[in-house]
Structure formats: C-alpha cells, structure tokens
Ligand binder design. Structure first.
Ligand code: HEC
Length: 422
C-alpha cells in the first residue's frame, strides 16, 4: 500500500519533473523540462500531437495487457522509464524521454499513477458534482455566505435534473486552526475549491501543489500558478502592475514613492518591474516615508491602510489597489487626498474584500455562469481534467464591460483593469 507521502512525491515528479534527470539524445537535462504531464496530460490520459501518439499511463491502463505488449509490472515500469524498452521488448519512440531515477522515485511515480484515477474522479458522483469553499478561522463568514450565494446562483442556471444528470453541490470545507489543510481537504472530497478568500491567499500554493484546482479566487492570481489548475475571474497581478505603472506615467506623475508592507507575495517586485518597464522612476519607501513624496504607490500590510493614510501629504496623489482602500474612501476624501485605485475588470474584486453581499452575489453569478459552461463542455464523462479542459474555449460576457475569455487569457480570462479616480 502506497503511503500518502509516496503519492505526493510521485505527483511532484509527474507534474513538475522535479528531482529526476531526463536523457534526450544522449544528453542529461533537468527533468523539470520534461514532466510527464506535459505529454501525457494532467490526467495521464495521453493524447495526440501531430503524428505522435502519447499513450494513457494511468496504472490501471499500464497494468492491463494489450495486444501490443504484456502488462507492466513495477520492474518493467522502471525499466521502460530508464531504458525505453517496453514490456514487449520494443524500444519506445524517441519522443518518450529516458529518465534517470532511483527505485524510490519509480515507486513514487507508480503510486501516483495508481492514485490518479481516483484523484480525477474526486468530488464527482453519478448524480452530483461537489465544489468546496475553503473556510478557515479568517474566512469563515465570507466562505459560508459565498457557498450559499453560489448554490443559489447555480440553482438558477442548472435544471433540477442537472447537467448530464449531475447537479452541483457547494459546501464550505472547514480547516480549523491547527489542523492540516491537506487532511481537511481529503476528508471532504470536492473537484475544486472555488472563491478562495483574500485572507486565505497564502494557501493557494498548497492547494495547487496537492493537485486541487482553485477556481475564481477573490483576489488576483500571481500569474505564476499552475495554468491547468488555477483560473481567476480578474486580471492577474502582472497585468494589474502594468496598468498601475502605465496610469502613473499617463498622469505625468513624478516624485514617486513605492511603499509596501511586504506581504512577501511578490506584489512589490511585480510593481517595481512594471514601473521600470514603463520608464517611471521611483524610490522605495516604507510606512514612515510615505509622507515624503507627492505621489505614493501604496501596498499596505493587511489592516494597516488606515495608519498609512494619516501619514500622507495633503497634496499627495495616492495609487493603490481598490481592495486596500475602497473602504477608506470617505477618509481619503475628508483628508483631501486624491487617489487612483486599480480595480480588476469589475468592482466585484474590490467590493468582495469588504464582504458586501452584493459583491458576493455578483461573483457567484459569474462563477455559476462559467461553471455551467464548463460542465456542458466537459460532457457526460466528467473528470477533473475534462472540467478544466473546458477553459480552453470558454468565453463569456460576464458584465457589460467585462468579457472573460480564457482562450486569450488562460489564467484569468481578462487583463482588464479600471481605476476609481478622485
Ligand atoms: C516529451 C513527451 C513525453 C514526456 C515528457 C513523457 N512521455 Fe511517456 N511517452 C511519450 C510518447 C510519445 C510515448 C509513446 C512511445 C511509443 O509508444 O513508442 C510514451 C510512452 C510512455 C510509456 C509506455 C506506455 C505503454 O503503453 O507502453 C510510459 C509507461 C510512459 N510514457 C511514462 C511516462 C512517464 C512516467 C513520464 C514522466 C516521468 C513520461 N512518460 C514523460 C511521450 C512523453
């Protein structure tokens, strides 16, 4: 019986190629360029690319004898990976890399290939599809309100008899303080986590690392997430950073301080890079120096926006993210501080941060509409991979001014950024 750690180690090799070496035409290359999923697919179901046929490699398939070869055993599997010799004695096509890997790595890969069919069917039953809304002590209120709003929005779109016989169920997946996220997720089988709260943005990497799709979080994606597993509803962080930098440039502002409470999430680095790309010069500042410039681009530490505003010069123009400052507009107006706040695509993102029900409902309606499209295109044989494959040609007019088009913007569906200006 494979251990959970073994499955995780196998998943890492399968999805990222980490830790193994690929041999291509006699050359040793890092396995990270030759992860199995790149050719055999996230679900291991294989496919065709031009004249090359990539076979299905779920263990259920490999362990079954077929006309062209006997069944794989653990030994024959490792031999095929290392030497490219199939159980039939045939040399596999050169399109299939040869790998250097040790016995533990081969066993881990095998354990993952055994677990894969169950992972692909996680949260999917004959008559229902289960979605989760992650609920931590920080996000509990948002999560339960959102789960309710989403179920209602789905009920309005999906007929009572379901899509291909399946209705959609949404449940909060609770992670109590001190429990491990992975255990909580395993106890509550869902096909994807939907509507991740801003307070839980730090958990996205763990969820994706466990192969759990994350759909439509309430915050912009970093743009570096796994493109197959993560899909947002709003411009990703690099797009937002570019829009802010170009806006500062178009406004003709100089004497700029870029100050951040450093959430350590790469946002500061993305903004700095975007400013440089746009040819806007800036100084780096901190919460004490924000009062020393007439233009200030602020990424406050969560909850600290209030304190930082008090330090701004009265003649300052403030740039920032709407979700950080939208609740403080009255104070900004009162202090006479002008601002340009970036909103990704719709005001949904920013308003959601303040947990106004209207914004939750708007987000839920968009999400329900997209899920409806995904379930229709996935068809009867629903699995994790077929659900996610639907994003490749998903296009929806989500609001009068917002087209979500995942063919053009695979991660977020849009690069649209607007500004609230005062
Ligand atoms: C660059 C594309 C590519 C990558 C990356 C790749 N494969 Fe393959 N794989 C192929 C192709 C093409 C074949 C079919 C070769 C043939 O039949 O001659 C194949 C065949 C196989 C087979 C033989 C299946 C059978 O029915 O005999 C196994 C097993 C396999 N791959 C496992 C893996 C694993 C495990 C990884 C990652 C460690 C991996 N492959 C990475 C392209 C790839």
């Amino acid at each position: 019986m494979a251990t959970a750690n073994e499955v995780d180690a196998g998943r890492a090799i399968f999805e990222t190629g980490v830790g193994v070496t690929a041999r291509i035409m006699g050359m040793d290359l890092p396995g990270t360029g030759f992860a199995c999923r790149r050719c055999h697919g996230l679900d291991g179901a294989g496919g065709r690319e031009g004249a090359t046929v990539m076979p299905a490699i779920g263990w259920d398939k490999l362990a079954a004898p077929v006309a062209s070869r006997p069944a794989y055993t653990p030994e024959l599997f490792r031999k095929a990976l290392e030497t490219g010799i199939s159980p039939s004695g045939r040399a596999l096509d050169a399109a299939m890399p040869r790998y250097r890997l040790d016995g533990a790595q081969a066993d881990a890969l095998m354990a993952y290939l055994m677990a894969l069919p169950a992972i692909e069917r996680r949260g999917i039953e004959a008559d229902a599809v289960h979605l989760g809304v992650l609920s931590t002590p920080r996000s509990q209120a948002l999560a339960s309100a959102y789960a309710g709003a989403l179920e209602q929005a789905l009920a309005e779109r999906i007929p009572a008899h379901g899509i291909f016989g399946r209705t959609v169920k949404v449940r909060p997946v609770g992670v109590a303080a001190g429990t491990d996220l992975k255990t909580a997720v395993e106890r509550s089988p869902v096909v994807a986590m939907i509507g991740l709260a801003p307070a839980d943005s730090g958990l996205i990497a763990d969820l994706l690392g466990d192969g759990m799709p994350v759909l439509f979080p309430f915050f912009p994606l970093a743009g570096t997430e796994d493109r197959d597993l993560a899909h947002g509803l709003m411009a990703d962080w690099p797009a937002v950073a570019d829009a802010i930098a170009l806006r500062i440039k178009a406004d003709g502002r100089s004497d700029l301080i870029l100050a951040a409470g450093d959430a350590g999430d790469g946002r500061l680095a993305a903004l700095a890079a975007a400013l440089t790309r746009a040819g806007v010069s800036y100084r780096l500042g901190d919460d004490l120096s924000v009062g020393m410039a007439s233009t200030v681009l602020l990424l406050p530490r969560p909850g600290a926006a209030d304190a930082w505003i008090t330090r701004l010069r009265r003649d300052a123009v403030l740039y920032g993210m709407a979700e950080d400052f939208v609740a403080l507009r009255v104070r900004l107006n009162g202090a006479g501080i002008r601002y340009r706040l970036a909103v990704q695509g719709t005001s949904v993102a920013s308003m959601a941060a303040t947990a106004q029900l209207g914004a939750l409902e708007a987000h839920a309606l968009m999400a329900a509409d997209l899920l409806h499209g995904l379930l229709l295109s996935a068809g009867r044989d629903l699995r994790r991979a077929t659900l996610l494959a639907g994003f490749r040609n998903l296009r929806r007019q989500a609001a009068p001014n917002l087209l979500l088009d995942y063919a053009t913007h695979p991660g977020s569906g849009t690069a649209a950024v607007e500004f609230i200006v005062e």
